[in-house]
Design a protein around this ligand. Sequence first.
Ligand SMILES: Cc1ncc(COP(=O)(O)O)c(C=O)c1O
Length: 491
Amino acid sequence: MIPIDSGDLRVERQGSHLQQALYLAIRDKIMHGLWSNQGRLPATRKLAEELAVSRNTVTAAYEQLCAEGYIESRRGAGFYVAVELPEHYLASGKPDASLQEVSDEEQPEKINQAFAPGVPDLQQFPLVLWQKQLQRQLVRKNALGNQSIKGCLELRVAIAHYLATSRSVQCTAEQIVITSGAQQALTIATLCVMGCGDRLLMEEPGYTQMRKVATLFGIEIERLPVQVKQGINVQQVCQSTCRAVYLTPSNQYPMGTTLNTEQRLQIIDWVREKQRWIIEDDYDSEFQFAHRPYTSLQGLAAQVGEAQQVIYVGSFSKVMFNGLRLGYVVLPKALVEKACTIKDALTGDSPTHTQLALAQFIAEGDLMRHIRKMRRIYKQKHQQMVESIARHFASELEIISQAAGLHITVRWWQGITEQEWVRRAKENGIIVRPLSYYEHSAYEHSSYEQSAEQQRDWHGAVLGFGNVRIEDIDDKVALLASLFKADSAVT
Ligand SMILES: Cc1ncc(COP(=O)(O)O)c(C=O)c1O
């Protein structure tokens, strides 16, 4: 039996006497479906105390509701809602309809559906281990209060060690600020070095979430075009007068190109000479399938004595799970205080228990074990994607991204438009992300996605395979192919 929470029950006297007002308030809850059938009403004594009315008033209201069939009394067990509201009545009830609307649009199952980019394999995460780590922390009394804005020292130490060994990032725990995912890290990094009216050089197509940060704070975006399989033109960076450049050098998002060591050194030279900033988003570095990953740009800059101009951003969204909402920013020492001031103003400190649990998860080797396992699984999934795309699309679709990360980027020249493929896939419970979604300049127009697509002589889309079961990949790609090839809406 579901006990009903009477916390928001309001008794408006307004003319009617107290018992009648209470009767009406409860009847209202039942008729709007907010107190559902078979739910157990609060005990008369408890409700009387909560509402500061006499117990007799509550008993009398309950009896009236009983007499009219809204609730029933069960011997020795209390009062229960006894009204089964017909479906159509529930649907027309105001509060319920709005709840329905919101929950349908925002269901996690929909957001993380097949081929949604950026979602790791949520089934593979070792939940039992994670639960153990969390439980160990939940009983720590000193984790209940506020703590350092930078984040828990244990976690910062664990991250510093992890980054040094896995990504050759050179930093101490003092230079790390824990954030709510890469998203907050990007916001802090941006606000540390730029303000309204400054210019940011940004990859295009590029990470839409970063564009949102720049736009929100009045920062102008200068486009840094990313060519298919070629990547960016480093000369454009070297000649730019922008205050900072945002880069995803390990696996350009979403085009899947990499910057080699020579290109990285040229960009490091740009900041050395001009006192500018590099914001490095190393989001996908753990999952390289074809070769060993390049070390981080920050690590290379440190080797040549220039790390003081590089801000490094990382996230646990892909190596753990997105819902964790933990990430970090590694700052040059001179920016740490400013970063803390910004974070303090944005959100204050971060949730403590999850930070402590994550620190243990890293320190005890669980994170590295999970990453190694997932690297193998994602490599197999990537291979399956490549095979299935070849089987069902033949030469109609070309894969343009490298073998890395949790997504594949494809392009095609003729036939269906990006928007139409997206629409058809959505109707079939599949998410296809159009390439135009990542093209910033087009956002100035109201129908931005269409106009971006029209500026190219080819079409493109991103398919995230992280959260699709390997045994389902072929069927889903076959379905995507049939939607792609169906008649109508050709360019
Ligand atoms: C380029 C890029 N950076 C960062 C992230 C991680 O973002 P967050 O940590 O906010 O979930 C993603 C996730 O897909 C990404 O694609």
